[in-house]
Design a protein around this ligand. Structure first.
Ligand SMILES: *[C@@H]1O[C@H](CO)[C@@H](O)[C@H](O)[C@H]1NC(C)=O
Ligand SMILES: *[C@@H]1O[C@H](CO)[C@@H](O)[C@H](O)[C@H]1NC(C)=O
Length: 546
């Protein structure tokens, strides 16, 4: 690898960190202005129109050829220039407004400066993205190889040549919940099966909400067991429990959550050192491989999905939005369509900087029909492809139980260039997991509107502190639990924070500091995820074959 390449890579890395830091500064700064605005409600009305003007306008959309032709060296120089300008905007113009101005003019000036700042930040982000995608091209081959290796490990392990000598694990899911939730339950079994060298058997008749599921998705293994064998199988107990199941027991049953080391948010130790050089989030990558294997469509279902794509004109570029309503409103915070659309609009505004004007297509999946009408009437320059309404006239043997609707949403959203999801939703998490098995880094192609990513029945996600944090509002030592987001953790370098997914607010995360026993908020840019390697029975040989 040439010195220039290495330099470029570290610059990309540094650049991404830099922009994260700048965004945090920005959020912090606008936090201050927000407080100012609360005292001056009218002033707020004066500034916001200027910020709205920062949306990409005609003049920028014409800049097609010049920007997309920049090479890496041009980009680096532009990056430096624009970063410097951003710094100047923050630290000079925004922090030192001409306070002798009248209030009205002061806010007008602040509004104009913020608008300018947003434009520069956009350009900067666009350039960093381009540099990153240039550098990522080199990594794609390795990613392709690792995806293939992971798939063949899973597939070989589940399809032994001699079924009668293979040890089996019956996944006895007695829980009844939505499809995403059911699939996550099955995945917990597959993690254990892969870790303990067993073939997973399921009985999809247990999934009474989705009759027809077994006609839609492939079985994890060609091996089968008799009903009697499954029913009489002893319950599996992990080596962490007293009286663990002997590893040579021919068949075991897994009902409900098990205290297993083979669980979501671990990565096989054989893959970890390689995948962490390629992707930002190796934990979700491995879960994605497992989910992707479990959710392989049978030919007839696959064809229905492809037919639906053709019929509705699903094509690239396209942004996917998944709005989970009905039963989730009770569980998670309500998000209006506008909050999802802001990300989609921003993605297209960024996209046209590099690619020129395009038809702005959105795949909108929701269980709430009212949202389709709202989308059509409010966002007239967007072309929406809808789930339910568009497919109700399609004859399908999967339609009547809603299965086709959900499967189609999952596979179409998985194929979008960018998705806006909520991590409170099982389907949202599953899509994000499955997108990790593509040849992109899915982490940089999605927006999440609520909780942090997590996996029910998986390991807790633990963050290691990289930068000291001495907040303005400390979490009180006496009141140990502050789950309302009102105070921040004091953190030392090296502290370990157990992440509490539901506490997330934008770029502020919530969790438990294991050193101080305090619960509170902390900024995402000051921590990194601790990766947990686990020794799965995978033997890699030199030519990357199993
Ligand atoms: C498969 O395994 C069974 C049980 O261990 C054994 O009796 C049989 O000979 C094996 N078959 C083959 C083809 O190896
Ligand atoms: C941008 O450039 C591409 C490639 O040269 C071209 O195909 C496209 O039509 C251009 N778009 C606009 C809006 O000029």
């Amino acid at each position: 690898m040439s010195a220039k390449r290495i330099c470029l890579k570290s610059l990309v890395r540094f650049g991404l960190l830099g922009i994260l830091a700048l965004i945090v500064v920005f959020v912090y700064f606008t936090g201050i202005s927000a407080r100012l605005w609360n005292c001056h409600l009218q002033a707020r009305e004066r500034v916001i129109p200027f910020l709205k003007g920062a949306k990409l306008d005609q003049e920028n959309q014409q800049e097609n050829t010049t920007i997309s032709n920049f090479n890496d060296d041009d980009l680096l120089i532009r990056l430096m220039q624009n970063s410097k300008m951003l710094e100047e905007l923050f630290f000079y113009h925004l922090k030192n407004p001409k306070i002798e101005l009248e209030e009205r003019d002061l806010f007008k000036q602040l509004g104009l400066q913020l608008q300018q700042t947003i434009r520069v930040a956009r350009m900067l982000y666009s350039d960093i993205e381009k540099l990153y995608s240039n550098a990522f091209r080199e990594k794609q081959q390795e990613l392709e190889k690792l995806n293939a290796l992971a798939f063949s490990f899973i597939s070989n392990s589940q399809n032994p040549s001699n079924c009668s000598s293979a040890k089996k694990l019956f996944c006895n899911v007695k829980h009844h919940c939505g499809l995403g939730c059911m699939m996550h339950h099955y995945s917990l079994c597959l993690f254990i099966a892969l870790g303990t060298n067993r073939v997973m058997i399921w009985d999809l008749n247990q999934v009474t909400e989705y009759p027809g599921l077994q006609d839609a998705i492939k079985s994890p293994s060609h091996c089968q067991s008799s009903k009697e064998e499954l029913a009489s199988a002893p319950e599996w107990r992990s080596p962490q429990e007293t009286e663990p199941t002997p590893s040579d027991a021919p068949i075991v049953k897994v009902t409900g959550y098990k205290n297993s080391v083979f669980a979501p948010n671990t990565v096989p130790s054989q893959f970890l050192p390689r995948i962490e050089l390629v992707l930002a989030d190796p934990l979700t990558w491995w879960t994605g491989q497992v989910m992707n294997y479990l959710f392989r469509l049978k030919e007839s279902m696959s064809k229905e999905v492809e037919d639906f794509k053709t019929k509705t004109g699903f094509g690239h570029p396209i942004v996917g939005i998944h709005v989970r309503r009905t039963d989730k409103i009770k569980e998670a915070n309500y998000q209006d369509l506008n909050s999802y659309m802001e990300y989609a609009i921003n993605w297209y505004d960024q996209y046209v900087i590099r690619h020129g004007n395009v038809r702005r297509k959105i795949y909108l999946a929701s269980d709430d029909p009212a949202i389709m009408e709202e989308a059509k009437s409010k966002y007239t320059n967007y072309q929406f492809i809808f789930g339910e309404s568009a497919c109700s006239d399609v004859y399908s043997r999967f339609t009547k139980n809603g299965l086709f609707g959900i499967v189609k949403d999952i596979f179409l959203l998985r194929g979008c260039d960018y998705v806006v999801l909520t991590m409170s939703s099982n389907i949202g998490r599953m899509i994000q997991e499955m997108r990790q098995t593509s040849l992109q880094d899915a982490t940089f192609h999605f927006a999440n509107l609520d909780y942090s990513y997590h996996a029910n029945g998986g390991r807790d996600i633990v963050h290691e502190v990289l930068l000291y944090h001495n907040p303005l509002v400390h979490c009180d030592r006496k009141a140990r639990r502050h789950t309302d987001g009102s105070c921040e953790l004091t953190m030392k370098v090296g502290d370990r924070i157990t992440n509490y997914p539901m506490m997330k607010r934008g770029t502020m995360l919530g969790g438990f500091n294991q050193r101080t026993n305090q619960v509170g908020m902390y900024p995402a840019f000051k921590v990194k995820t601790i990766l947990v390697p686990e020794s799965y029975p995978i033997s890699m040989v030199e030519n990357d074959v199993f």
